[in-house]
Design a protein around this ligand. Structure first.
Ligand code: ZN
Length: 320
């Protein structure tokens, strides 16, 4: 079985924190040992669900998990054509640091700076650049539609204020940064979300990534995640809304009313013989005038009345 917490929790990398929480609650209920006594498969699944939720269940832990994953991918080269062959665990921290710090900027900028005699690295026509940071930001559909300004907190490497980065790569010691020229610091910025922002849209903030002891700072890329609320999720840019239908209505057909993301009530015709998982596209009722894909689910009764139980027994006897 996969150990990817996103797939174990049935969500995607771009799911909002709230969506992850909802999916976790649903799965934890479904596979809870109280509900599946003595079922080893359910127990194993339940443990995997719990472990996954520990990894990505809060914004902080998720951020950390995502960062580590990116580092792992960066240094393992996707696993095959790795320059380090040994994988993440065996990589020397010095390698990581130089790789992390060593990103070169474009040749255009190199040319622009060519001839400046500010330091030896530039004479070698190499300009160093701090690493980029990628992060996610959850907003409501309303915030996305109207545009908004939000405070965003993240941690990044900043140039050491004591040695101004000069101890990096030199024999001078600095007890503030231990010679790395940078220290990790919290940073709070205001992020402007433009109106009609899309799910998965990326905002690039120049120079807000990791700083480099002597080069320029990397960028911060924020991926916007639109939280479409309970029962809705994004799938390849399409907004899906789950709608629970009673068994009899699936079989016999009928009408239902659903509440769309904009809060409008819309009546839908359920054709006779509708199956669980069937979908229907409603134009104009999704986000920002887009379409909404309704997915039919079975509404499971919590408790049956005596009469309903009797009728179901008759159904059973009839072979259904
Ligand atoms: Zn320092």
């Amino acid at each position: 079985m996969t150990d990817d917490p996103y797939s174990i929790l049935g969500v995607s990398k771009n799911s909002t924190d709230a969506e992850i929480k909802r999916s976790y609650r649903k799965l934890a209920r479904q596979y809870h040992p109280d509900r599946n006594p003595g079922d080893a498969a359910a127990e194993e699944r339940f443990k995997a669900i719990q472990a996954s939720y520990e990894k990505i269940g809060t914004a902080e832990s998720r951020n950390e998990y995502d960062q580590n994953k990116r580092m792992e991918e960066m240094f393992s080269g996707g696993g095959r054509s790795s320059p380090f062959g040994r994988g993440f665990g065996g990589v020397d921290i010095g390698d990581i640091f130089s790789q992390f710090m060593g990103g070169r900027s474009s040749s255009r900028r190199n040319e622009a700076n060519f001839g400046s005699k500010r330091n030896r690295r530039e004479v070698n026509s190499k300009i160093y650049r701090g690493a980029d940071i990628e992060s996610g930001l959850d907003i409501s559909l309303e915030q996305a539609m109207n545009g908004t300004e939000l405070e965003f907190k993240h941690r990044r490497l900043k140039r050491c204020s004591k040695c101004k980065g000069s101890s990096f790569g030199s024999s001078t010691t600095c007890n503030s940064c231990n010679g790395s020229g940078v220290v990790t610091k919290g940073s709070t910025i205001t992020v402007k979300v433009p109106p009609k922002a899309e799910h998965g849209q990326q905002l690039r903030l120049k120079g807000m990534g990791h700083e480099h002891p002597e080069g320029e700072a990397g960028d911060l890329t924020i991926t916007l995640r639109l939280d479409a609320k309970d029962g809705r999720r994004w799938e390849d840019g399409a907004l899906i809304q789950e709608v629970k239908i009673p068994f009899s209505k699936l079989i016999l057909g009928g009408k239902i009313r659903i509440s769309t993301p904009s809060g409008k009530l819309v009546q839908l015709e359920i054709p006779k013989g509708t199956k669980i998982g069937d979908r229907r596209r409603i134009q104009g009722q999704g986000y920002n005038g887009g379409s909404l894909d309704v997915e039919f689910m079975l509404e499971e009764p919590e408790e049956l009345t005596k009469q309903q139980e009797l009728v179901i027994k008759k159904l059973r006897d009839s072979g259904l």
